[in-house]
Ligand binder design. Structure first.
Ligand code: SF4
Length: 356
C-alpha cells in the first residue's frame, strides 16, 4: 500500500477495528498482570519502562521488588542511584534505570510528585517516549491518544497492508497518523484503556513476528496482510543496525579473603555508573596499571563474547592475586560476594564473578 493510501485504509476499517479489539480484549486479553487494573501512573510507567526490552515473565519479579521497595514515585526519587541500579541488576539496558530514576526526580521537582496527565507533558520526562507517554495517558487518564510500540507497529502494518519502509521517518509519522485514525471514537471515551491494552495483547499473544495466529485474531476479516497471505512480510524496515566489535581486558583481582576489586564506572561511556572490574583497552595497559609486585601473578582467564544491541564485546579477563596492602588501579574497593551481589553490575561481569 502507498503511504498516501493509508489514511483512507485506516478510516475505512477504523470502526470495525476498534470495536473488535475492545470486545476481544474483554474476553481474551490479559488482565491478571500486576500493573493492570490500576490507574496509578507510577505502576503503569514502571511496567512500561521495564517491558521495553524485557519479557513479561522476567519483568514480573522485578516489578514486585521495585514496588515493594519504592511504593511511590517520591520514594524512587529519593533513592540513591546505586540502590536503583542494584535492584535493576539483571534486567540489562541500564540507561532505562538511569532515566527512570531521573524521571522520578523530575516528576517530584517539576510536577510536585504527581505524574502529568497529558501525553504531551509526559513525553517531556526522561526515558518516556511518545508511545509510553500515550500508554500512561490512555490507561490512567483516559486520554484518546495512540500507542505505537514494536508490537503495535506489527499489528497495524499488517492490518493496513502498510508496506512503506519504517526506517524512513516520514513513513513512521504516516503510521502514527493511521494509528490515531484507528482509535475508538471520541464519543466512547471509556473505551480507550481497553483498546490500548487489547492492541498490546494482540501483538504479544496473537500477531506474533513469526507464524501469527490469524485464525484466533479478532481482526482477521479486515486484515490486508492476511488477505494477501503474507503477514510475515510486515512491518517493512530495511535499515539494519550497523554492528561493531570491541575488545576489552578486565582486571579480575581477588584477595585471599575472596573479595574482588571493583570500581564505579564514570557517568558516561560503556556501563556508565555501574560497579565493574577495572576495564582496559589492551592487555599491556592492564599489566602496566598493576603494582609491580602483583604483575607476576597475572594470568589469562577464558575470553568470552558478550553481544550488545549494536556491538560485539570480546572480553578478556586477566586474573590477579591481590591483597589489601597493594595499591590497586583506579578508585575501587575490595568487596566480598555478599556486598557486590547487591550492586548494579554489567551482566557479563556478574556472570564472570558468579562463575569464579
Ligand atoms: S489477521 Fe493475522 S496478521 Fe492480521 S492482525 Fe491478525 S494475527 Fe496479525
Amino acid at each position: 500500500m502507498r503511504p498516501e493510501g493509508d489514511a483512507a485504509a485506516a478510516s475505512a476499517v477504523a470502526p470495525v477495528f476498534a470495536q473488535s479489539v475492545v470486545l476481544w480484549q474483554r474476553t481474551h486479553g490479559r488482565s491478571e498482570l500486576p500493573w493492570q487494573n490500576t490507574r496509578d501512573p507510577y505502576r503503569v510507567w514502571l511496567s512500561e519502562v521495564m517491558l521495553q526490552q524485557t519479557q513479561v515473565s522476567t519483568v514480573l519479579g522485578y516489578f514486585d521488588r521495585f514496588v515493594a521497595r519504592f511504593p511511590d514515585v517520591g520514594a524512587l526519587a529519593a533513592a540513591s542511584e546505586d540502590e536503583v541500579f542494584g535492584l535493576w541488576s539483571g534486567l540489562g539496558y541500564y540507561s532505562r534505570a538511569r532515566n527512570m530514576h531521573r524521571c522520578a526526580q523530575e516528576v517530584v521537582a517539576r510536577f510536585g510528585g504527581m505524574f502529568p496527565r497529558r501525553a504531551q507533558d509526559l513525553v517531556t520526562l526522561p526515558g518516556i517516549g511518545r508511545s509510553t507517554a500515550a500508554a500512561i495517558a490512555a490507561f490512567c487518564f483516559g486520554e484518546r491518544v495512540a500507542i505505537l510500540d514494536g508490537n503495535v507497529k506489527r499489528v497495524l502494518t499488517r492490518v493496513l497492508g502498510f508496506d512503506a519502509d519504517l526506517s524512513v521517518a516520514v513513513n513512521e509519522r504516516t503510521l502514527w497518523d493511521a494509528a490515531t485514525q484507528l482509535l475508538p471514537p471520541a464519543s466512547q471515551p471509556e473505551a480507550i484503556g481497553r483498546y490500548t491494552q487489547g492492541l498490546m495483547d494482540l501483538g504479544a499473544t496473537v500477531c506474533l513476528p513469526r507464524k501469527p495466529a490469524c485464525m484466533l485474531c479478532p481482526v482477521n476479516g479486515i486484515c490486508a496482510a492476511r488477505l494477501e497471505g503474507t503477514p510475515e512480510k510486515y512491518p517493512v524496515k530495511t535499515r539494519k543496525l550497523k554492528r561493531s566489535a570491541q575488545s576489552l581486558w578486565l582486571l579480575q583481582a581477588r584477595d585471599p579473603a575472596g573479595r574482588v576489586w571493583l570500581e564505579k564506572r564514570p557517568a558516561r561511556g560503556i556501563w556508565a555508573g555501574l560497579y565493574c572490574l577495572p576495564v582496559f583497552d589492551s592487555d599491556a595497559a592492564l599489566i602496566e596499571a598493576l603494582p609491580e609486585r602483583l604483575r607476576g601473578s597475572a594470568r589469562d582467564g577464558s575470553p568470552f563474547l558478550h553481544v550488545l544491541t549494536h556491538k560485539d564485546l570480546h572480553l578478556h579477563p586477566v586474573l590477579v592475586d591481590g591483597d589489601a596492602a597493594a595499591a590497586m588501579p583506579g578508585d575501587g574497593q575490595w568487596l566480598a560476594p555478599d556486598a557486590w551481589q547487591g550492586l548494579g553490575l554489567p551482566a557479563p561481569v556478574r556472570k564472570l564473578l558468579s562463575s569464579a
